[in-house]
Design a protein around this ligand. Structure first.
Ligand SMILES: *Cc1c(COP(=O)(O)O)cnc(C)c1O
Ligand SMILES: [Zn+2]
Length: 409
């Protein structure tokens, strides 16, 4: 653990040792990893990072684990693509897609989970567990398999088949919980007290959250050591949104980039937008909602990092924006048809929200904008509905030619 000092309460600043703890015993505030940033700044440079591996572990100086023991399935350093076609349609000259759907288990969750699994081994846990909106359980199951740990994943029973089978294949114990994610989450908090398991997003949450910072570092490095003008980030618990910003701030603190003036926008789905609703009504607390959205990976009605995500929106001049439910699939298809990238519903939410931000004049033509595509479309096929209308033909030239010219008319 190169430069870690302690865990610290985000509210009252009480300090705790590096242990599997997630809440302050005085004020119940969430705990966060705190670093000796002078030591970090002394040990990193652009050069040292550039000579590291082509994975998220090139940023190990900023992570709370020993890199030698990293449970590494080659996560991170995913492509940042200049999206010229989509940019032209939206009227943006410098639009980039951060395509994090090409991670080993096809979502950005591999970043927080690699850090947590590594930490769980350091703490000598035997069981790795999580409660998931879909992508997390695939990642936990894969990392548990790689680490040789017993693995238990809990999920709301109505998830997409691609997420369920895509986790089951790694051999974890699958637990389908009746009800919403928020109900499953409450149940798992009880379980975490009753069992000595490493619940990646409960008792291990401070370490889990750190992994997502690497998305911020990568984007800055890939833009030529510069922070973008805008980030458009999908939000469920709101953690990813806050951690991309933390990554940019840390890079600035370490002297790797100039002051980041990035506007950090948060995108949610109309049917589950508690953080966006709080933002729009000027509240500092989030009122829980009951999710009704096709974007199941974003269906958290009571978001743990909600207040901090609101803080990031306010501090950076970002906007909370939601995508209409009936525009999510359009967003998926627009990205696929312009850039050749097939994202899941969360990505549809991002693209549709990006469109709204441009229309509202929040993002200008010449500003550098990064849209975060965090999960892969093959996992949410059923959300697409029946949209395929092939030409049906006998293997015969005449039949085909006739049908083709009919189709083109
Ligand atoms: C989990 C998830 C998110 C949201 O992450 P939070 O940190 O909970 O806000 C976004 N996109 C995808 C694809 C996810 O699986
Ligand atoms: Zn506290």
């Amino acid at each position: 653990m190169p430069h870690v000092k302690c865990l610290q309460c985000r509210e009252c600043k009480s300090e705790y040792p590096i242990e599997p703890l997630n809440a302050c015993e005085f004020c119940f505030g969430p705990l966060e990893v705190s670093y000796d940033y002078d030591a970090v700044a002394k040990s990193v440079s652009r050069k040292s990072i550039e000579s590291g591996p082509n994975t998220m572990w090139r940023y190990h100086d900023f992570l709370p684990v020993e890199k030698e023991s990293a449970v590494d399935i080659s996560t991170g350093f995913t492509p940042l693509i200049h999206a010229k076609n989509l940019g032209r349609q939206l009227g943006l000259d410098h639009l980039y897609i951060k395509n994090d759907s090409v991670n080993p288990t096809f979502s950005f969750k591999d970043r927080p989970v690699s850090v947590t699994t590594t930490k769980a081994l350091e703490f000598e846990f035997e069981v790795l567990a999580c409660v998931s909106t879909g992508n997390l359980m695939g990642s936990v199951a894969a990392h548990g398999a790689k680490a040789g740990m017993e693995t238990m994943v809990f999920y709301p029973a109505d998830l997409e088949q691609g997420k369920i089978q895509g986790a089951a294949v790694y051999g974890p114990t699958m637990v389908a919980v009746e009800g919403t994610y928020d109900q499953a989450n409450r149940f798992c908090s009880e379980l975490a007290d009753a069992h000595s398991w490493a619940f990646v997003n409960i008792n291990m949450r401070p370490y889990y959250a750190e992994g997502s910072k690497t998305l911020g570092y990568e984007v800055a490095e890939q833009l030529g050591w510069k922070a973008p003008d805008h980030c458009v980030v999908p939000g469920a618990s709101g953690e990813l949104h806050t951690k991309i910003w933390k990554g940019l701030e840390e890079f600035q603190g370490a002297g790797l980039i100039d002051k980041a003036k990035t506007k950090m926008h948060l995108a949610q789905a109309e049917g589950c937008a508690p953080i966006v609703e709080a933002f729009e009504s000027g509240n500092t607390q989030v009122k829980p909602v009951r999710p009704r959205t096709i974007a199941k990976s974003l269906a958290i009605g009571n978001p743990a990092a909600g207040p901090y995500s609101l803080e990031v929106l306010r501090d950076t001049g970002g906007t909370g924006v939601f995508a209409y439910e009936n525009s999510i699939i359009d967003g998926i298809r627009l990205l696929a048809e312009t850039e050749g990238i097939f994202t899941e519903t969360a990505g549809g939410v991002v693209i549709s929200s990006l469109k709204r931000l441009v229309k509202q004049g929040k993002i200008k033509k010449d500003e550098v904008t990064v849209a975060f595509v965090t999960g892969n479309g093959l996992k949410t096929l059923e959300a697409m509905g029946d949209f395929v209308a092939p030409i049906e033909t006998k293997p015969d030239l005449d039949t085909f030619q006739t049908k083709l010219s009919n189709r083109r008319d």
